[in-house]
Design a protein around this ligand. Structure first.
Ligand code: DGJ
Length: 690
């Protein structure tokens, strides 16, 4: 069946993914209305389906607030507006007039124009033949000046059901991606970032279910916004039981003034319907991210050593060379020097912005260290924070007007730094120039691109439309990274924002992994990783083994436990190897070798959550199970862990112990975990189907 089918008689579009259908229709007034999102439909049944009718229409109730494909302000619409515009004569809102549509393979564009004003709106939909994820976005164009107060990418609507719940993540610095699932209140629920970055506090995805889904079964509707700046998702749950959500870039209170002829394109809001529970939804998002988001989806992520927790700002050429030698002996593949290698950066109060190797740690420049690292057979990576400046820097002394600022307002410093206004073309060009030269001149293989504070005083005094910087800053970051990648195809990039403050499908289109959290405590990480992988795949989840007791929590845990937690994602090492004992080194070397064996399954396989303290990866005939017991309770006996998605008729062999199990046993009674007694016990088991 064609991916998009149009029925002229009913003015209905039917979009297909391999396992779902999506239907929308124009009503008598040309308003695009939502009809269906869920199980597959035939064209006949799609045409038959009515637009969901409101239960009543009184003069105080909106007729179709949450049935619109894009609820625009105007008329009897009283829900959250996805599109809000103001014309110079004071008129607001949109009166839709359908123009035409086009289909290019899986890409449907439906064009409208306001009945009176020269404002064009195009709704975009894209479906794929290998994913049930549907992409949606919007382009606006006006031939006269218009003020845009809100321009979301799309609204998604779910069928009328009782008991709706919302699943999302909340957090903080060092406590990102904490999963929350709660009843969806009647009213409006807003998830947002007003910080200029994706944020640690919320992440731009939600999952909605009717209270009946679990990990393996039940309908789940979800969506994720591909954007790395401020954003807002507004979920409306009406008294009459309807549920929809509108999502897009920018937060409340911003206004953008479109110039005549300018086209305004929103980021992609992707949506997914699945009927196999939250686990099925996560696996579908992981597969979509690999197939349609990540730049190098089939490449195995290397094992990175990062010296930040080992040496902090006290970098010297000698200590980095020594660490590199030790890291190479362990089997590490990329050596990364973190903050402190440049300008006058001896602490976090100076030097940001002066991007030349500091002669204090590196009297002969970076080349001797890079040669040493390459000579050890590793790649070389470097930390950068291009969007920031310390007031105590040559850059700021030369260009105090380059930062976000407002007249008559103090410039709030956070971590002793200010935000460079990348929306300014001269600032973006400066950043691209030094980054390009740095990568070219020093044979850099990997950048850790950090961003360590939120926007404040978001002004641009010489610009007539300063709220644009919220959008244009992010677009400039994207375009610099895109250009760097195009010019340096070998370059790999980690997205970092004080840990996981910039993790989203927008940044993952152009980076290879995310620094998940600054919190490297293995116990805390279990919950962080559980939340992170609800949407994003394990191959993008950078996870370091660091020292014990942990510098954040002072908790002591065995090296093996720390490794096992990090091995559930992209393993890295951040410990101070200079202080490791021979036995630490021997144990770590063996665990790194083991990770290299399980890596294709962890990074390229399907992930199954087995509760909150165990995870299974499955790829072809290979199965990996990583399980933890962070704390023990009196009376907890030996544990067996039922596995998922195995062939019940097959035999699975554990090469570590020589044991074999039938699929049925593993699926029903489970895998014996043989965890050692006590807290912080863990295991990593590899099974091969016979
Ligand atoms: C915040 C990052 O998350 C850390 O890993 C480290 O790179 C510091 N910045 C350096 O300033």
């Amino acid at each position: 069946m064609a991916p998009v089918i149009y029925d002229d008689a009913t003015r209905t579009w039917l979009l297909h993914t391999p396992g779902t259908s999506y239907v929308l229709r124009l009503d008598d007034e040309d308003v695009p209305r939502h009809v269906h999102w869920g199980r597959p439909l035939t064209p006949e049944s799609a045409a038959e389906l009515p637009i969901p009718a409101p239960p009543w229409v009184a003069s105080f109730d909106g007729a179709f607030d949450v049935d619109a494909e894009l609820p625009a302000e105007g008329g009897a619409m009283f829900g959250p507006a996805a599109l809000q515009v103001r014309h110079p004569d004071g008129a607001t809102g949109v009166e839709w007039r359908y123009l035409d549509h086009s289909v290019d393979e899986g890409h449907l564009q439906i064009s409208f124009r306001d009945r009176i004003y020269p404002l064009s709106i195009t709704l975009h939909y894209r479906v794929f033949d290998d994913s049930d994820v549907l992409q949606r976005w919007l382009t606006l164009r006006s031939d006269a000046p218009v003020t845009v107060l809100r321009c979301d990418s799309a609204q998604f609507v779910v069928p009328r059901r009782d008991g709706y719940r919302v699943t999302h993540v909340v957090g903080s610095w060092s406590g990102e991606f904490q999963l929350r699932r709660s009843e969806l209140p009647v009213g409006e629920t807003v998830l947002t970032s007003r910080r200029g970055i994706t944020s640690h506090q919320a992440n731009p995805w939600i999952m909605i279910d009717a209270g009946d889904a679990d990990e393996d079964r039940g309908e789940v509707w979800s969506s994720a916004l591909a954007w790395s700046g401020s954003w807002r998702i507004t979920v409306a749950h009406t008294t009459s039981g309807r549920v929809g959500w509108s999502a897009g870039f920018g937060h409340d209170g911003l206004a953008w003034h479109l110039r005549p002829g300018e086209e305004w394109t929103t980021p992609v809001l992707a949506g997914l319907y699945t009927s196999d529970g939250f686990g099925g939804a996560s696996r579908a998002w992981h597969a979509y991210t690999r197939a349609h988001v990540l730049p190098h989806p089939d490449e195995l992520r290397p094992i990175v050593y990062n010296s930040w927790e080992a040496t902090g700002f006290a970098i010297t050429e000698a200590n980095q060379k020594h660490l590199a030698t030790l890291a190479a002996e362990l089997g590490v593949e990329v050596f990364v020097v973190d903050d402190g290698w440049f300008g006058g950066r001896r602490a976090d109060n100076a030097g940001l912005g002066d991007w030349y190797p500091s002669p204090v740690p590196f009297p002969d420049g970076l080349t001797p260290l890079i040669d040493h690292v390459h000579g050890l057979g590793m790649k070389f990576g470097l930390w950068v924070e291009p969007e920031m400046v310390n007031p105590d820097s040559d850059l700021y002394r030369a260009h105090p007007d380059w930062v976000l600022h407002q007249p008559n307002r103090r410039r709030t410093e956070l971590r002793n730094q200010l935000v460079l206004n990348f929306a300014r073309p001269d600032v973006a060009a400066w950043a691209h120039k030094w980054l390009d030269a740095l990568v070219s001149d020093h044979r850099i293989d990997y950048l850790k691109w950090d961003m360590n504070r939120a926007f404040t005083q978001p002004g641009w005094p010489t610009h007539d439309d300063p709220d644009r910087l919220w959008i244009d800053h992010v677009r400039a970051v994207y375009s610099i990274i895109d250009q760097l990648r195009a010019d340096h195809p070998h370059l790999r990039i980690q997205s970092c924002s004080g840990g996981g403050g910039r993790a989203d499908l927008g940044i993952l289109c152009r980076t290879d992994e995310v620094w998940t959290s600054d919190n490297t405590d293995a116990v805390d990480r279990i919950a962080i990783q559980h939340g992170y992988t609800h949407l994003y795949p394990a191959r993008t989840m950078a996870a370091w083994v660091t020292d014990s007791p942990n510098i954040f929590t002072a908790r002591s845990t065995p090296l093996r436990f720390r490794f096992h937690v990090a091995m559930a994602g992209t393993l890295g090492i951040g410990a101070n190897l200079l202080e490791w004992t021979d036995s630490d080194t021997a144990e770590a070397t063996a665990l790194i070798a083991e990770y290299k064996e399980i890596r294709p399954t962890v990074q390229l396989g399907y992930q199954y959550r087995l509760g909150t303290d165990a995870v299974q990866y499955l790829r072809d005939t290979e199965v990996v199970i990583i399980a933890y017991r962070p704390t023990t309770r009196w009376g907890a006996g030996p544990t067996t862990l039922p596995l998922k998605a195995l062939d019940p008729t097959a035999t699975y062999h554990d090469p570590g112990t020589g044991d074999s199990y039938t699929g049925t046993t593993l699926l029903t009674r489970g895998l014996p975990l043989n965890l050692p007694p006590g807290d912080h016990a863990s295991t990593c088991v590899r099974l091969t189907r016979g």
